[in-house]
Design a protein around this ligand. Structure first.
Ligand code: GAL
Length: 367
């Protein structure tokens, strides 16, 4: 953490919620959003921590109105955004919206360049709690200056609004975005493919120093339930939790399987993501097939350790505890956080079997 980073209490732990983009693209409407909000409640996801319902690109009409304000596409959102935000708030949820810092959104719709203060004010009037600001159509603009303007505009709108910076990690936002926004993308768009998950993961390995309460690295939204295998879904989710990543579900919550719901709501994995210390994991070993990631927790005697198997076969993995915050002679208590069961006491090392494209998550605690 550095001097000047945000610490306004709006995102003390990584924001959790749902975003329309990964599954629905620009094909969104009022009914989808309300049904999704209801599903968040009915599936227990809200109570597991998923609070923000965020509509991504595709919500706005092709033109601003006569006074220059953004308006919702009347065919997709006939009730308007303020009413939608009310409905979502009434369900005990928060409402998020999308715009773009440039001249048009990535879908070619009106964006906010030159309208930052007006749009922030309008979002505040509508009851918006979270705004994602994208980076398409920004030729020649400075990301730092544009997002600084957004931070000022939100401040001037006088409503607490989480700012999600989305310039894809191009201008090393981890070095400057923490003073402006609550989260910033560190990479290009995720896809529901294992190679995308591991490529993004590799880009996070050196970023742990930059994130903390109210300012988080964002390795992009979740693809859990969008076509990865069950092991891959678990590994993706576990690693995002280790990274203290914002957990934005990106699947269709109205018809997810019990297995997918169980992954997204796994209480002991979510607890790692939401650990109050906000310490993003470091990678301590990587030999091509096996990665080991470690993060400190608010309980200073404990660490979360994730063993990732990128290889094609199940593997037995041995992790020496010496150097991971433990002495060779320490007796530790080990718990398996996917199984939600105690493994027992160990000294010196832990040994675990990890499925191909899977990840075991252990909590190791010194006596
Ligand atoms: C991309 C962004 C995606 C999504 C999309 C919408 O730039 O990274 O997460 O918002 O635009 O068009």
């Amino acid at each position: 953490m550095g001097i000047g980073k945000l610490s306004d209490g709006l995102a003390p732990t990584p924001p959790m919620g749902w975003n329309s983009w990964n599954r629905f693209g620009a094909k969104i409407d009022e009914r989808l959003v309300i049904e999704t909000a209801e599903a968040l409640v009915e599936t227990g996801m809200r109570d597991a921590g998923y609070r923000y319902v965020v509509i991504d690109d595709g919500w706005m009409a092709p033109e601003r109105d006569r006074s220059g304000d953004l308006v919702a596409d009347p065919a997709k959102f006939p009730g308007g955004i303020a009413t939608l935000a009310n409905t979502i708030h009434a369900l005990g949820l928060r409402f998020g919206i999308y715009t773009d810092a440039g001249t048009k959104t990535c879908q070619g719709l009106p964006a906010s360049l030159g309208y930052e203060f007006r749009d922030a004010r309008r979002f505040a009037q509508w009851g918006v709690d979270y705004v994602k600001v994208d980076w398409c159509h920004t030729d020649g603009l400075s990301p730092r200056a544009c997002y600084a303007k957004w931070a000022m505009a939100i401040h001037a709108a006088r409503r607490p609004i989480v700012l999600s910076i989305c310039e894809w990690g191009r201008a090393r936002p981890w070095e400057w975005a923490g003073t402006l926004g609550h989260l910033w993308r560190t990479c290009w768009d995720i896809q529901p493919e294992w190679s995308s998950v591991t490529t993004i993961l590799d880009r996070q390995a050196d970023l742990h120093a930059y994130s903390g309460p109210d300012h988080w690295n964002d390795p992009d939204m979740l693809e859990v339930g969008n076509g990865l295998s069950p092991s891959e879904d678990r590994a993706h989710f576990a690693l995002w939790a280790m990274l203290a990543a914002p957990l934005m579900a990106g699947n269709d919550l109205r018809q997810m399987s019990d297995d997918v719901r169980a992954i997204l709501t796994a209480p002991e994995i979510v607890a790692i993501d939401q650990d109050a210390r906000g310490m993003q994991a470091r990678r301590v070993r990587s030999d091509g097939e096996i990665d080991i990631w470690v993060r400190g927790l608010v309980d200073a005697r404990a660490f979360a350790i994730t063993l990732l198997n990128r290889g094609p076969q199940e593997r037995e993995v041995r992790v020496g505890l010496n150097g991971l915050g433990f002495a060779a002679t320490d007796v530790v208590r080990v718990r398996d956080l996917w199984q939600r069961s105690d493994v027992g006491e160990r000294r010196g090392e832990v040994v675990t079997t990890v499925a191909s494209h899977g990840a075991a998550v252990l909590r190791v605690e010194r006596y």
